[in-house]
Every structure is written in C-alpha cells, then in structure tokens.
Design a protein around this ligand. Structure first.
Ligand SMILES: NC(=O)c1ccc[n+]([C@@H]2O[C@H](COP(=O)([O-])OP(=O)(O)OC[C@H]3O[C@@H](n4cnc5c(N)ncnc54)[C@H](O)[C@@H]3O)[C@@H](O)[C@H]2O)c1
Length: 326
C-alpha cells in the first residue's frame, strides 16, 4: 500500500482528496497548519494528522520518511488573500519550496506532485491554452507558482520524479467548504439571496468539479512512472463565461433568481485545454458544473454550513485578515 504525504491536506481540495485516498486504502499523512480548521475523517487507522507549518522544514523532516508520494497543496490561495501580506505569501508560497523539495528528496520520497495553477498562463487570446503555451503570470501568486514548477523540474532524477498539475478553478462541495470561488459564490448568492450580481459577464472561467480534481491527483499517483515523470498537466473541464455560469446556477434553483449586470473594466478571460491528461493518462472528468451546483444546493438545503456570507471559514481572505498569521 502506497503511503501518501499531503501538505495542505485539510484544505478545500485536500480534505476531499484525503477521504478518497482513505477509501482507496492508501495510508495518508496530512501536514497542515489547519488555518480553516480540521474537517478530516476522525479515528481512521490509516490517517495520521500533523499540525505544522510548511515553512518549518525541520518539523517536516521528522515525518516525511517512509512515504512514497508527496502531494503539495499548502498555499495562501487566490490572489487577493495573498496580497494581504506579500511577505507571508512569499514565505509560504515560494521561499520554503526549494528546502521542501530537498527535504523530500533526502527522505527518499519517490514522487512529488505539485499543485500549481492555470493562472500561470495569464490572459490569452489563442483558442487552445495548452501546457506548451507561454507562461505570463500576472500576480505574485501565479508568478511563484511558475517559479516553483521550475525548481521542482530542476531537482528531479530517476529516483525522485516530479509532476505538476495546473488546475482550473474548482467547484462543488467539500468538508472544508470554500465559498470564494466563482461557481460556489454564484450558487451561494442565488440560493440564499435570490440574486446574482455579474461584473461584465463575457469573461471565460475554466472550472473543474472537485471530485474530478481529486481523481486527477489519484490518477497521477497510480500512473506509470514514464508517463508522469517531469510532466505538467492542465486539469479543467468546462470553459464557460461568467454569464453562462450564472444562468446555469439560476436554472438549478427552484426560486426566482434576479441576475443583475454591472459594467466592469476587468474583462480578463481565462480558458485552458486539458487534452494532454486525457490522451496521455486516459483521465477524463466525470462530473460537470451542473452537478457541482446541485451538490452545493443539497448541502445548503441540509443547512450544513452556518452563516454562508459572514463565516470566515468559507472565505480565505476574511480568514487570513483575522488570524494575523506571521
Ligand atoms: N481551489 C481552486 O480553485 C484552485 C485552483 C487552482 C489551483 N489551486 C491550488 O490547489 C491547492 C489547494 O487549493 P485549495 O482550494 O484546497 O486551498 P485551501 O486554501 O482550501 O487549502 C490550503 C491548505 O493549506 C494550508 N496551509 C496554508 N498555509 C500553510 C502553511 N504555511 N503550512 C501548512 N499548511 C498551510 C491551509 O491550512 C489549508 O488547509 C493550492 O495550492 C491552490 O493554489 C486551487
């Protein structure tokens, strides 16, 4: 049984990934600062949970040994929360990356998977943004993602392979919910306020259902080494405009939902092509955005989440502002 070490495993993607890994009988260690709490499965003999900071390489070293794969998800995610404290963002998202890679290599990790972002491409007019497209990251968050990719690829060898995922924006339900991502934001407003405000509307936003996001990491863990070694994969599914997303959300809600259009100067469109992971690894997403919307609505109906507009647990920026992490 492979042993998987997930850094940032208590986050939105991580907590869903960890549950799925456990269901598949992997042994999992989660190393996370628990900024958004701990919503991981309780009392599972195959799960070890360590509260720790990825900047604390000495602590990481104590636990990395005897694992096969590292999946690195820990990050001050999304641009505005990153810009709250640029120094903190740089320390977590970039400065500790090379020491982490060296520690993983030293500990005998065989495969290091890095969660980058499709935002590394910046805004492109070309119809197909593939892994070969040039990187034009626009923010510190995406610049550091691009630099970390380079570092990982420069440190790999036959015994320490690296692979990189560039995800689209993720949507849907997770035990650690985020309500600051486009489809999730629209669904929250439509369900609870019967109103959606769209800024602009024609901008494209690539999305991926959280269950498919999780499956893409598992696909990498289980793939043949020669197919994934030093490889970069876009992972997205539907590239829809924000207006289309809003209409999809509206169509899923059994109440009248007003869509208000607000003029915006920010008409940046993002879109990606994810054919490579399908052709090379046979990975195709199984769930669409509609299913992510439905899953969220079900969670809202069950009242699983309290205060979906004011509870900082659902909003990375609000949370980071309030905890004053140094
Ligand atoms: N969610 C998306 O739409 C999306 C899109 C593209 C890329 N990604 C990337 O995927 C990864 C996971 O995203 P997510 O949505 O689950 O984010 P998230 O913010 O929900 O999770 C990040 C986790 O990292 C932990 N963390 C943060 N700083 C840490 C530190 N210093 N030490 C240890 N743990 C720390 C947090 O406690 C949290 O549990 C990130 O790297 C993100 O950049 C996400």
């Amino acid at each position: 049984m492979k042993k998987i070490f997930v850094i940032g495993g208590a986050g939105y993607v991580g907590s869903k990934l960890v549950s799925t890994l456990l269901q598949k009988d992997y042994f999992v260690t989660v190393f996370d600062l628990m900024i958004y709490g701990n919503n991981l499965p309780k009392k599972n003999k195959n799960l070890k949970i360590i509260k720790g900071d990825v900047r604390n390489i000495e602590k990481l070293k104590l636990f990395l040994k005897n694992h096969d794969v590292v999946i690195h998800l820990a990050c001050i995610s999304n641009d505005p929360s990153f810009e709250l404290n640029p120094k903190l963002g740089q320390e977590i998202n970039f400065d500790c990356f090379e020491p982490l890679i060296l520690a993983a290599k030293d500990a005998g990790i065989k495969h290091f998977i890095y969660a980058s972002s499709s935002s590394v491409y910046g805004v492109k007019d070309i119809p197909n943004v593939t892994e070969e497209s040039s990187l034009e990251p626009l923010t510190d968050y995406s610049k550091f993602k691009a630099k970390c990719e380079e570092i990982l690829l420069s440190k790999t060898n036959a015994n320490f392979i690296g692979s990189i995922i560039r995800p689209a924006t993720v949507c849907g339900y997770s035990p650690r919910q985020r309500l600051d991502l486009v489809v999730n934001i629209l669904t929250n407003f439509a369900y609870h306020k019967n109103k959606i405000k769209i800024f602009g509307g024609s901008q494209l936003r690539p999305n991926i259902h959280i269950d498919d996001m999780v499956d893409s990491y598992i696909c990498l863990i289980e793939a043949d080494t020669n197919k994934i070694s030093n490889q970069i994969f876009n992972v997205g599914f539907e590239n829809h405009s924000v207006e289309k997303l809003a209409k999809m959300v509206k169509d899923n809600i059994n109440k009248n939902v007003d869509i208000e259009y607000v003029k915006s100067n920010d008409n940046r469109s993002y879109h990606i092509n994810s054919d490579k992971i399908s052709k090379k690894l046979g990975f195709t997403p199984k769930k669409n955005i509609n299913e992510a919307i439905k899953d969220l609505i079900k969670a809202f109906e069950k009242k699983i989440f309290k205060n979906t507009f004011d509870n900082e647990e659902f909003f990375n920026i609000k949370k980071m502002q309030n905890i004053n992490l140094k």
